[in-house]
Ligand binder design. Structure first.
Ligand code: SF4
Length: 111
């Protein structure tokens, strides 16, 4: 899902895309899209601009990544965009040993 989001953001160009439009095009819950956006924002790959649309406050997301370089996520490893990475590790509530996302990603690679 994250790679599809990145592609849409790249396609939206310098004008970016409204959150609602991104959610609609990705056909995913807003909460999941916001997780990806927050992760991309932490990595400095997007800019979030607050603006009014139809009288409501929303955010516009603008791709900032350098198109000349590729962001290598090792074929979509979830750790690269994980919103929980700051809390992930040994003796933490989440860890690579029990992480369903990471284990499913590994299983997909082995199939
Ligand atoms: S192991 Fe799971 S929780 Fe930890 S960073 Fe990777 S995807 Fe996130």
């Amino acid at each position: 899902m994250e790679s599809g989001t990145i592609e849409l953001l790249k396609e939206s160009g310098k004008q970016g895309i409204l959150l609602a439009e991104l959610v609609q095009k990705m056909d995913q819950p807003e909460s999941k899209i916001l997780q990806i956006i927050d992760s991309l924002s932490k990595n400095g790959q997007i800019k979030k601009v607050t603006e009014k649309h139809d009288g409501k406050s929303t955010i516009r997301v603008i791709w900032q990544g350098n198109d000349e370089s590729e962001w290598d996520t090792l074929e979509g490893c979830p750790c690269f965009i994980c919103p929980d990475i700051d809390q992930c590790g040994a003796s933490q509530p989440v860890s690579p040993w029990i992480c369903e996302k990471l284990n499913n990603w590994i299983k997909d690679r082995l199939d």
